[in-house]
Write a protein that binds this ligand. Structure first.
Ligand code: GDP
Length: 293
């Protein structure tokens, strides 16, 4: 991901990087190229505008201050702006003082929600926590089985029962408390598209278990569709953060670069492969360096 965007931004910036003087025309040319590169990477149009406006402001400032390295300042502004739209700071998890810390996982079917729940459990375990998985996706019997298999692979307890999603979630949290697990990750049902029934169900679970965090898993490969999905979920659920899956695919990067600005919620974790260890916290600064090379 990002190879094409990185190359195109590099091309745009190489023309001004070493310049001791920048003209307005230099800046406008670079901005046009940056704009086209972002649009081609499937970044939301409003986000592209916001990014280029802020870079223009920094460039005008650099020209006005008669800096000795105005080109470098524009390059830095582009880097800063990438970090900014990718979320700024790395998302920090804090834990409930009275465990368990409950995390509700939402997402469309196929987004990677079930595998991501297990990846997250594996991550918490590696951090010295004692996670538990709860299978509240009762739409697909296979989802509960899939979660059970993943849980046994990472040797994390898993709870489910054939009642209702709300009952499972509630009982799962109670079970975690009873056996002393300090993080509970609840996998919920997905649908092929955002629909009212899905939203009602997950909103009801949320009201019942009052999660500390609600994470939405979105598929990086789906680009702006993922961003629109995130917006729809956030209207109903008040998300805390996004988990971006399938970064290993050939997605152009639009979802990663648009979601914070459009939805207002950061990317907390990212997944870059099917294996359970292809996962970790999302670092906006490292991602920006990867883009700019
Ligand atoms: P759910 O329907 O949202 O629960 O999705 P699943 O967890 O079942 O994942 C759907 C498919 O996407 C599975 O084949 C996963 O192995 C795959 N998948 C999930 N995350 C990633 C990822 O980061 N990269 C790749 N390449 N595949 C992934």
């Amino acid at each position: 991901m990002f190879e094409s965007l990185g190359g195109r931004l590099e091309d745009a910036l190489s023309k001004i990087r070493g310049k001791a003087r920048l003209s307005e025309a230099d800046v406008e040319l670079a901005l046009r190229e940056i704009r086209n590169a972002l649009l081609e990477a499937d970044v939301n149009l409003l986000v592209v505008r916001a990014i280029t406006d802020r870079i223009r402001e920094a460039a005008v400032g650099a020209m006005a201050s008669r800096s000795l390295t105005p080109g470098q300042q524009v390059v830095k502004a582009v880097n800063d702006e990438l970090i900014n739209v990718l979320g700024g700071e790395t998302f920090r998890i804090t834990y409930e003082s009275k465990p368990p810390t409950v995390i509700l996982m939402a997402g469309l079917q196929g987004s990677g929600k079930t595998t991501t729940s297990a990846k997250l459990a594996r991550y918490f375990k590696a951090q010295g926590r004692s996670p538990m998985l709860v299978g509240a996706d009762l739409q697909r019997p296979a989802a509960v089985e899939q979660l059970k298999t993943l849980a046994s692979q990472i040797q994390v307890p898993m709870f489910s029962e054939w009642t209702s999603p709300i009952e499972v979630a509630k009982a799962g949290v109670a079970e975690a408390r009873r056996i002393g697990r300090d993080v509970v990750i609840i996998d919920t049902a997905g649908r092929l598209t955002v629909d009212a029934e899905l939203m009602d169900e997950i909103a009801a679970i949320s009201r019942e278990v009052r999660p500390k965090y609600t994470f939405l898993v979105i598929d990086a490969m789906m680009g702006q569709d993922s961003v629109n999905t995130a917006k729809a979920f956030n209207d109903v659920l008040e998300l805390d953060a996004i988990v971006l899956s399938k970064l290993d695919g050939d997605a152009r990067g639009g979802a990663a670069l648009s979601v914070k600005e459009v939805v207002g919620k950061p990317i907390a974790f990212a997944s870059d492969g099917e294996k359970l260890d292809n996962f970790g916290p999302f670092h906006p600064d490292r991602m920006a360096s990867r883009i700019l090379g």
